[in-house]
Design a protein around this ligand. Structure first.
Ligand code: PEP
Ligand code: MG
Length: 552
């Protein structure tokens, strides 16, 4: 039963807390894809159950046909990897196991076709989720979305307008590909920040909050809601001020994107002529597409581990080439920075459960796998200005070992090797590391977390202006410049309006930011004055610590 609700337009604001999956704020009418399940308790009479079963099958066939069509469109746009994912939905819709569950619910219990389709998909999904395998958990979302689509097809309901904020329990990749173009925001009761839906939302610049709990499914279709993807909240019955702030932010974002696209060829150069290279953090074709639209000069961080978070075992050479090539082939002649697997911590695939190490330490425990990855990156990255980035570096020895392994696989190709500076140890050893690296990349997400003791989510918006973090970044940038190698920042701070000018003032050469932020960051660069931000960064370094740049 759907619980009683306060009226749509009355009552105080109700704030639901979740997790930010894509930044930005939006206000809009809710488009509810999953309700709490207020199914009419109608039992189909036995004589009509045969026809009801046939209606359910037609629903599944229609859903499969729709998914095939979506996959075709994705292929036409060159988004083959997303098309592959959507096509697995076609197989799910034809799965005999699913069909037999639907038949049982209808024939034995007299369920109506749409409810039987949803329930059967939910049951199948719940079983997958029980296996506690993150890969299958993602598939569980996909099965649910196939059930929902088939139910809508069986109902024969006209496709609803999807302009607005999508509300659902979870979203499958096909839903996102199809609906996200018209949606202004996404809010999910479940879901995770690394799910496909979240990746696509980020790349398209759609604010998204996940993990809101069952309360999100009590929202009524058409109800006005605010999705605040920066703070990870959804607000029902938003007051006038919140609505106006959200409208303002959404409008600013829209205008900023249009400006960014229009000015994609204007160089990112400060008012006094200091050039900054703005690159994208992109691991999928969808993200790269958006980054290109906004004028990214290449990719500064391809998080290779995100592509294999659900892998049941170390991915083979071929599997890696197959996943990397669609992205890297679009970067011919441009910077393509591929980071080695940063497995461990919150990015642990099933086959590495229990491993204690992270990043390069974990890879060095499996040298054969490291060699395989190096070879796959070199193979897939042919034709790009390839850069290989080593995660969670703590010493120059790790870099030397990787370089030795890289030599034989290069086969005459050029590739440069860089170190992530994202641990305090690495920053303290920046001079030594810089002397063995071709570039440095500061990961402010981990650095702030490790230095300030914040958790990962907090650290995404943590103040890199904290003197302890500032000094470590300053030491890193100085070390890079003494070694005459470029230094970039690829953590969230690179696209934070307060932190970004400070980074430029400290001497960063490149900023690598989420695809949807590229244009905005390029615009900010054009608005600042290098000599002014240099002075400001210097002031911050001295003011807070008195001891100046030398003592870290
Ligand atoms: C970082 O730590 O800032 C970074 C860019 O790496 P990730 O967010 O993938 O850990
Ligand atoms: Mg990191």
């Amino acid at each position: 039963m759907r619980p009683a609700r306060a009226g749509r337009l009355s009552g105080p604001e109700l704030i639901l807390h979740g997790v930010s999956a894509a930044p930005g704020t939006t206000v809009g009418r809710a488009v509810v894809l999953d309700g709490t399940g207020a199914n009419p308790s109608v039992t189909v009479p036995p004589a009509q159950r045969g026809e009801e079963g046939a209606r359910a099958r037609r629903g599944l066939e229609a859903a499969a046909a729709e998914l095939e069509e979506i996959a075709k469109e994705l292929r036409r746009d060159g988004r083959d990897d997303e098309a592959d994912i959507v096509e697995t939905g076609v197989l799910m819709a034809m799965d005999p196991g699913l069909i037999s569950r639907v038949d049982t619910l209808i024939a034995e219990l007299g369920w109506q076709a749409p409810e039987a389709l949803r329930e059967a998909a939910d049951q199948a999904a719940a079983e997958l989720a029980l296996l506690q395998d993150p890969m299958l958990a993602l598939r569980a979302d996909d099965v649910r979305s196939v059930g929902r689509r088939a139910a809508a097809c069986a109902t024969g309901a006209l496709k609803r307008a999807t302009e607005g904020v999508l509300i659902a329990a979870t979203l499958g990749p096909a839903d996102v590909a199809e609906l996200a173009q018209k949606a202004t925001g996404i809010a999910l009761a479940g879901g995770g920040v690394t799910a496909h839906a979240a990746i696509v939302a980020r790349s398209l610049g759609l604010p998204m909050v996940v993990g809101l709990g069952a309360g999100a499914l009590e929202i009524e279709d058409g109800e006005e809601v605010v999705v605040d993807g920066d703070r990870g909240i959804l607000v029902r019955r938003p007051d006038a001020q919140r609505v106006s702030v959200a409208r303002g932010k959404a409008e600013n974002r829209r205008v900023a994107r249009e400006t960014a696209v229009a000015r994609r060829l204007v160089p990112a150069q400060t008012r006094d002529g200091h050039r900054i290279r703005v690159l994208a953090n992109a691991s999928t074709v969808a993200e790269l597409h958006e980054a290109d639209q906004q004028g990214a000069e290449g990719v500064g961080l391809l998080r290779s581990e995100l592509l294999f978070l659900e892998a049941p075992t170390w991915p083979s050479f071929k599997e890696q080439v197959d996943v990397l090539r669609p992205v890297l082939s679009r970067l011919a002649g441009r910077v393509a920075t591929v980071r080695l697997f940063d497995f461990g911590g919150d990015k642990t695939p099933p086959f590495l459960r229990g491993a204690r190490a992270r990043g390069i330490d974990l890879l060095l425990e499996s040298p054969a796998q490291l060699k395989t990855q190096l070879a796959a990156i070199v193979e897939a990255g042919g034709g790009t200005e390839l850069r290989i980035l080593v995660p969670m570096v703590t010493s120059s020895g790790q870099l030397r070992t990787v370089r030795e392994m890289l030599g034989p696989v290069l086969g005459g190709q050029r590739a440069v090797l860089g170190a992530m500076i994202e641990t305090p140890e690495a920053a303290l050893r920046a001079t030594e590391i810089a002397s063995h690296a071709d570039f440095l990349s500061i990961g402010t997400n981990d650095l702030t977390q490790l230095v300030l003791g914040f958790d990962r989510e907090q650290s995404r918006t943590a103040p890199v202006t904290d003197i302890r973090v500032l000094r470590l970044m300053d030491a890193t940038m100085r070390a890079a410049h003494v070694a005459r190698i470029p230094v970039d920042v690829c953590g969230e701070a690179a696209s934070d309006p307060k932190a970004m000018p400070i980074l430029v003032g400290l001497g960063v050469d490149e900023l690598s930011v989420a695809a949807a932020r590229v244009g905005q960051v390029r615009e900010w660069v054009r608005k600042i004055d290098f000599s002014a931000v240099e002075k400001e960064s210097e002031r911050l370094l001295h003011q807070a610590g008195h001891a100046g740049r030398q003592s870290i």
